[in-house]
Design a protein around this ligand. Structure first.
Ligand code: DGL
Length: 255
């Protein structure tokens, strides 16, 4: 029984898994969260790279047929080296800058992500390629990762944090906000309440799910029937309680 393995520093990647199950309902899945080391986005690149390689080694030992790096930060830091070192298909994520610019006309685009994603060469190259009219700005929202790991998605503390961060820019200038961190998807409602009604929020989850399906099809690795199963793993030794919490979150999360 070969699985598709999803990896994130914490619960963010569950949002990508949910989107993927919708279009690949007969696959078996592994979800691995590196909760000993979350958050990644505020740590030095070399330290994060080591965590990622450890996680991928673990997932390869589970005999996964594909690995999905359901984390923009981990993708920015390590996707090239991972593909050099491992031969199984590895799918990554990147902030949805291109679709944001296509949808946006001539209004500005704001990329929301972790500090590490925003500092990385990968995003710089993406912006250089598509942002011909210099419409793209960036804003780190590292605090949301901590809130998410505490399952706190809409408390007054979350709202105050967002208000504070948005006060650093003129939010009304932006036609589209890109959710460039998988943890941020849980805060769609909180963010929507603080921005103009017509501002679009976009993310890369649906595109990533389609990409996963396309690659499985190309490699004849797709499962077309049977029951879908999900195994949860965390870097902490004891994780049975967490697995239950994650399963509930996955069931209740509504993109
Ligand atoms: N979920 C991750 C992302 O998509 C990062 C969270 C973290 O800082 O660990 O960027």
């Amino acid at each position: 029984m070969e699985e598709i393995a999803f990896f994130d520093s914490g619960i963010g990647g569950l949002t990508v898994l949910k989107e993927t199950i919708k279009i690949l309902p007969f696959e078996n899945y592994i979800y691995f969260a590196d909760i000993d080391n979350v958050p990644y986005g505020t740590k030095p690149k070399e330290e994060v790279r080591k965590y990622i390689f450890d996680a991928v080694d673990f997932l390869i030992k589970q005999k996964a047929k594909m690995i999905v790096i359901a984390c923009n930060t981990a993708t920015s830091v390590a996707i090239k080296d991972l593909r050099k070192n491992f031969s199984i298909p590895i799918v990554g994520m990147e902030p949805a800058v291109k679709p944001a610019l296509e949808k946006n006309g001539n209004k500005k685009v704001l990329v929301l992500a972790t500090s590490l994603t925003l500092a990385e060469q990968k995003l710089k190259e993406l912006i250089e390629t598509y942002d011909k009219n210099h419409q793209v700005d960036k804003l780190p929202l590292d605090g949301l990762v901590r809130f998410a790991e505490n399952f706190d998605f809409e408390s007054q503390d979350v709202i105050n944090y967002l208000k504070n961060e948005f006060a650093k820019i003129n939010i009304n200038e932006y036609g589209t906000l890109v959710l460039g961190c998988t943890h941020f998807l849980y805060f769609k409602k909180a963010i929507k309440n603080l921005i103009p009604k017509e501002t679009l929020l976009i993310d890369g989850n649906e595109g990533t799910a389609r990409n996963i399906k396309r690659i499985l099809c190309e490699k004849s690795l797709i499962n077309n029937n049977g029951n879908s199963n999900i195994k949860f793993f965390a870097s902490k030794k004891e994780n049975s309680q967490l697995a239950r919490l994650w399963k509930d979150l996955l069931d209740s999360y509504n993109p």
